[in-house]
Ligand binder design. Structure first.
Ligand SMILES: Cc1ncc(COP(=O)(O)O)c(CN[C@@H]2CONC2=O)c1O
Length: 407
């Protein structure tokens, strides 16, 4: 397919067409959440203007139509990650919710005293705290894979941590704080050799990389729609059918039951066993338009455009006196974390905002990683398919002015 026209892509994102502090907005906070194309916005409007009803079981036309739209997104997600069965796609509120679901149900069913769970130093808090809570509740043991100075996982140490006590490994595919892409296929194979299951935190990778759950052979995959040009409040948990069948329900309520009596309640089949209550119907429906947007460009072009942006940003900013890159792995998604010597990240972020440039500063919900790197926090610029070289040149020029004040 031919190279996409970035100007045309940008025209699909009305939010980008505004000034901040008198300057055109340069939105470089995509790792936190991406902006939404008009297709997603109009899908929401269209749904509420013409199709809304509560879903499943309804005996009327609108209920059937809303159900079809909801289940159509489930099929699109299945294809997007190449899951074997559509019932292996569970809708949640987001990556955090998906990981908590696994910790609460797989954890309860399969993790006992003395068992071990392995995570890594670079995990986001939502892939640390649920496992700490589970280990506290079960007296299981949490083991941590160390990272190297340039922000890559120490695979030797990972192999040594694996043992017959390991029940689950939960590791991020691409780091939100560093951009590092971890070699999860190899890590999954090693975990399986020890009879352990593997959860992939895909929050930062699905927008950039092809993720094929059957090729990876991961047991669980968690991600959020809002990082994939889709609405907030919608996430996905992919799980192998045989595991999801063996896990107890996460929340009790409507939808997740087959029959309720005071004597005994039986549960619904997959995926509904894990989808209690009225779901976020409209945003799930609109998520389908976000997946179509991604497919309309194709991951190949997305990766190419974003790596060009990252390379340009690194090349220019590395010339700046006082610019210190954080996370220099060779395999990265389009995240550039850095500090400016003698300056607090927050001050740098405020000064960039004064020039209309949006970045995120702080610990990025990866405080153990910041401790390991000896940092208070970083400034993080994260690029998406609608960013441009001109915007990055503005980032460079602003940083030159900012860094000069203290270097
Ligand atoms: C690697 C990773 N895992 C889990 C999450 C949690 O996702 P939800 O918030 O959608 O449940 C995030 C969110 N990324 C954060 C959010 O803001 N800035 C970030 O980098 C993340 O980057």
């Amino acid at each position: 397919s031919k190279e996409p026209d970035v100007a045309k892509i940008r025209s699909r994102f009305p939010v980008l067409d505004q000034e901040v502090n008198g300057k055109p907005l340069a939105y470089f906070d995509n790792a936190a959440s991406t902006q939404k194309p008009v297709e997603v916005i109009s899908a929401l409007k269209e749904y509420y203007e013409h199709h809304h009803s509560n879903i499943h079981r309804g005996a009327h036309t609108l209920a059937a139509r809303a159900t079809d739209l909801f289940e159509r997104t489930r099929s699109s997600v299945r294809a997007f990650i190449n899951a074997r069965d559509v019932e292996e796609v569970i809708f949640t509120k987001g990556t955090t919710d998906s990981i908590n679901l696994v910790a609460a149900t797989f954890g309860k069913a399969f993790i006992q005293q003395g068992d071990e769970v392995i995570i890594s130093t670079m995990e986001h808090h939502s892939n640390i705290v649920p496992w700490q809570m589970l280990c506290e509740a079960t007296n299981a043991v949490l083991k941590i894979i160390p990272v190297t100075e340039n922000g890559e996982l120490d695979l030797q140490a990972y192999e040594e941590l694996l043992s017959e006590k390991t029940r689950l490994v939960a590791v991020v595919h691409a780091s939100n704080a560093l951009g590092t892409i971890n070699p999860i296929k190899k890590m999954i194979q090693l975990a399986h050799q020890h009879g352990a299951r593997f959860l992939v935190d895909g929050a930062q990778s699905l927008a950039h990389l092809e993720v094929d759950v059957q090729e990876l052979d991961c047991d669980f995959l968690a991600f959020s729609a809002h990082k994939l040009y889709g609405p907030t409040g919608v996430g996905v948990l992919y799980g192998k059918r045989e595991l999801l069948e063996a896990m107890p329900p996460y929340q009790g309520g409507g939808e997740m039951i087959r029959e309720v009596t005071f004597a005994k309640t039986t549960y619904n089949d997959l995926p509904y066993k894990f989808e209690a209550g009225t779901p976020n119907i409209a945003d799930v429906v609109a998520f389908d338009a976000a997946l179509s947007f991604i497919q309309s460009i194709g991951k190949k072009w997305i990766q190419r455009l974003e790596s060009q942006l990252l390379a340009h940003a690194m090349e220019r900013c590395s010339e700046i006196k006082g610019f210190v890159p954080v996370g220099t792995a060779k395999d990265k998604v389009s995240v550039m974390s850095f500090t400016i010597r003698n300056m607090h990240p927050f001050d740098v972020g405020m000064m960039l905002d004064a020039s209309g440039i949006a970045v995120r500063t702080g610990h990025h919900c990866t405080q153990p990683l910041m401790d390991r790197l000896g940092l208070e926090g970083t400034v993080r610029a994260s690029f998406a398919v609608y960013n441009t070289v001109e915007e990055i040149d503005r980032l460079y020029e602003s940083l030159v002015r900012i860094a000069k004040r203290k270097n």
